[in-house]
Design a binder for this molecule. Structure first.
Ligand code: ACO
Ligand code: ZN
Length: 281
């Protein structure tokens, strides 16, 4: 872990080229000093190596033999694939991904110790290869029951439901581990909006089906969402009453319907039958 010194620095790289996109960056990212004089960086969309000049990238693309992220494909449904990349086995890739991600993440510390993380990279695949859409990182072992450290949807792909897909995926992994999970704090505004949206929809769907009383503990067991996050979500929906020193869910069907209508689109679904994965040991 490094201190928060980079937060005060001004943005250096203004745009990046990645696959068929040219993307404007949002924040400072601590690229090695030899890149300090660059306004634009050229990324190989597969191995995420970055270069100062277009000609370098073109030369690289002729010899780079990757057509997807390194690591194991653990999910495929239609044209969507998820790859699990171990930061220890693919250190350079992990570091490149962190440099890239920091361009869009404000208050996150950059992890130099990528060994301790797994990276879950979401791709849209076609005959030219698997094109990165976004990713999330996850500590191999988390004391605080974090099931996600950083999440990013690349700007050209934002607002299409990929963020909620990545969030749903992180909870499916937690379910397979038999653990509850929560995202590392702090959350960005966009992160909070996406999580709130996900939690709201998942919890309302269950409450709608379960006419009988259900406890926060039971909701947590079913969803792998940490009890605190369930409580704060239901409180924000005004579905919690405090009775006899206990929190109780009061789910009036009419109120549920009203919230469900307001909850917006569900996002892209994770088809669990297409996830082939065993927890990290
Ligand atoms: N304006 C308003 N609401 C938004 C916006 C926006 N620009 N973007 C997302 N939302 C909300 C909406 O409620 C949306 O649901 P809806 O489209 O059904 O209304 C919901 O968030 C999720 O939308 P998705 O399309 O599923 O999410 P997206 O693919 O855009 O990814 C993400 C969300 C990952 C947070 C993306 O905005 C991003 O990468 N931001 C930059 C990096 C970042 O802030 N990451 C989170 C940091 S916190 C952490 O890493 C633990
Ligand atoms: Zn490459």
């Amino acid at each position: 872990l490094r201190e928060h010194e980079e937060f005060t620095k001004v943005k250096n790289i203004a745009t990046i080229e990645l696959g068929r996109y040219e993307i404007e960056t949002w924040y400072f990212s601590p690229f090695p000093p030899e890149y300090n004089d660059c306004l634009k960086l050229f990324f190989c969309e597969f191995c995420l190596n970055f270069m100062k000049r277009k000609e370098q990238l073109q030369r690289h693309m002729r010899k780079c033999d990757l057509k997807h992220p390194p690591g194991d494909e653990i999910y495929r449904s239609g044209t969507l694939s998820m790859f699990e990349v171990d930061g220890k086995k693919n250190k350079v890739y992990g570091q490149n991904l962190c440099y890239l991600a920091k361009l869009f993440l404000d208050h996150k510390t950059l992890y130099y110790d990528v060994d301790l993380f797994l990276f879950y990279v979401l791709c849209e695949c076609d005959d030219r290869g698997c094109h990165m859409v976004g990713y999330f990182s996850k500590e191999k072992h988390s004391e605080e029951s974090y099931n996600l450290a950083c999440i990013l949807t690349l700007p050209p792909y934002q607002r299409k439901g990929y963020g909620k897909f990545l969030i749903a995926f992180s909870y499916e992994l937690s379910k397979k581990e038999g653990k509850v999970g929560t995202p590392e704090r702090p959350l960005s505004d966009l992160g909070m909006l996406s999580y709130r949206g996900y939690w709201t929809r998942v919890l309302l769907d269950i409450l709608k089906k379960h006419k009988s009383n259900i406890s926060i503990k039971e909701l947590s067991d079913m969803t792998a969402i940490k009890a605190d996050d369930i409580l704060s979500t239901l409180q924000s929906l005004d579905l919690i009453q405090y009775r006899k020193g206990q929190h109780a869910i009061c789910a009036d069907p009419k109120v549920l319907d009203r919230h469900l209508k307001a909850a917006g689109r569900g996002g892209l679904e994770v088809d669990v039958s297409k996830l082939i994965w065993t927890p990290y040991k």
